[in-house]
Design a protein around this ligand. Structure first.
Ligand code: AMP
Ligand code: GLY
Length: 425
């Protein structure tokens, strides 16, 4: 079959790598893709915000199945429009993608269906929000309701910070996304990510991961989209995963179906492993980036078959097989990230890195210019390694990183430190 994958980051390179390996895949198109995805299929310069253009492309090229990587096209209703045009598409509808698109929607769903999450209130009035903060105390968490490209959450340890966050968000600092805020209790514990593949009624686990959000070693400095990740996240024991399925994922599917918005696609649950059990921090309606770059290299089963089964509502017939190995990815970013970065610097040595055992280099923000690979964004490469242990995966990943010659880039040198320490006892 012919497939169109939407997106252009490291997540999409990993997806393209998996999908193109399927015996069911004849032709893979990626829109807009990157130089990494171009090794797996044909990049096409489609404007994916123009749903009519995407539909026309599918008709002309005989695309049988569309896989949507990022959240923006999901929240914009691309899957709805494709389905209305009789084109099979993987990902939640616009109504179902509210689980990522609106934090207030998700919190209300949790309250209605008894899903464990931090206590919260919703506000559109800044003074009322501040009065609540004063009565609640700190630490407290202020969240913009809508999509805010990673800038919508403030964990405040002082009243001043909490109130400033309210003023910034309700005052329009994040545009429409902050017009409503959710204020919630601060949860203590270790964070881990849990992924489930959903067909509207049935969910199956799609692996676990932990990422490193802070830009510098030792989890210091500003938050980023993720500087590295590893999978599996051993803190999410089999027992905790069962609880997450029973107490969080399954009631969410039931709740979404009851609301007339059955959830088909990936549910990416950000969990806090609190003393009383897993608590939902937030949902994403897609795979994580860079978490996908460590989930998919461990998957033995055919990804495309599983995604099709989710679309066809037959996930109850699917069971996924995984490699025993651990995967770890190191994000190489342009100096200055997560602030402004220079584009266009030369990157050499990717092929040399890939000759090492168990190494995959996924492209995130690169561009091909006259046969050279140059940096074209903040997060640029994801150097992924498989290993028998997390320690081995980490060692291999950094050996590969050291073969990449890119003076204008940097990476954290301690990805996986918590898990490596745990493993070494
Ligand atoms: P989110 O964008 O919702 O994932 O939030 C970004 C980060 O803020 C999370 O990964 C957590 O580290 C932190 N965070 C969000 N909500 C809470 C909470 N209720 N308690 C503690 N930390 C939180
Ligand atoms: N790595 C975090 C995310 O994909 O949202």
């Amino acid at each position: 079959m012919n497939i169109l994958l939407i997106g252009s980051g490291g997540r999409e390179h990993a997806l393209a790598w998996s999908l193109s390996a399927s015996a069911l895949c004849d032709k893979l198109f990626i829109a807009p893709g990157n130089p990494g995805t171009a090794q797996c299929g044909d990049n096409v310069a489609l404007d994916v915000t123009d749903h009519r253009a995407v539909i026309d492309f599918c008709r002309v090229m005989g695309v049988d199945f569309v896989v949507v990587g990022p959240e923006a096209p999901l929240v914009a209703g691309l899957v709805d429009d494709l389905k209305a045009a009789d084109i099979k598409a993987f990902g939640p509808t616009k109504a179902a993608a509210q689980l990522e698109g609106s934090k207030a929607f998700t919190k209300d769903l949790c309250a209605e269906f008894g899903i464990p999450t931090a206590t919260y209130r919703r506000f559109t009035d800044a003074e009322a929000a501040k009065a609540y903060i004063r009565s609640f105390g700190v630490p407290i968490v202020v969240k913009a309701d809508g999509l805010a490209a990673g800038k919508g959450v403030v964990v405040a340890t002082s009243f001043e910070d909490a109130e400033a966050a309210v003023d910034m968000m309700i005052g329009g600092g994040l545009g429409q996304a902050g017009a409503e805020v959710v204020i919630e209790a601060f949860l203590e514990g270790e964070e881990a990510s849990f992924f489930a593949l959903c067909d509207g009624r049935t969910a199956i686990p799609l692996g676990t991961a932990q990422d490193h959000k802070r830009v510098f070693d030792g989890d210091q400095g500003p938050n980023t989209g993720g500087m590295g990740a590893y999978s599996p996240a051993t803190v999410l024991t089999a027992e905790l995963q069962d609880r997450a399925m029973r107490e969080i994922i399954e009631p969410t599917l039931a709740g979404m179906a009851a609301r007339g918005a059955p959830y088909t696609g990936i549910l990416y649950a950000g969990l806090m492993l609190a003393a009383e059990g897993p608590q939902l921090i937030e949902y994403n309606a897609r795979l994580g980036d860079p978490e996908t770059q460590v989930l998919l290299p461990r998957l033995k089963s055919d990804l495309l078959t599983a995604l099709l089964a989710a679309c066809d509502g037959v996930l109850n017939t699917v069971s996924l097989q995984w490699k025993d190995e651990t995967a770890l990815t190191v994000v190489m970013a342009a100096k200055g990230y997560p602030g402004p970065v220079e584009k266009g610097s030369d990157i050499r040595g990717i092929a040399a890195a890939e000759t090492l055992p168990g190494i995959l280099v996924f492209h995130a923000g690169t561009k091909q210019v006259e046969g050279r690979i140059v940096a074209n964004g903040g997060r640029v490469l994801n150097v992924t390694a498989l290993g028998a242990t997390i320690g081995e995966a980490q060692k291999r990943a950094y050996e590969a990183v050291d073969r990449i010659d890119w003076p204008e880039g940097f990476c954290r040198r301690d990805i996986g430190w918590r898990a490596v320490e745990r493993e070494q006892g």
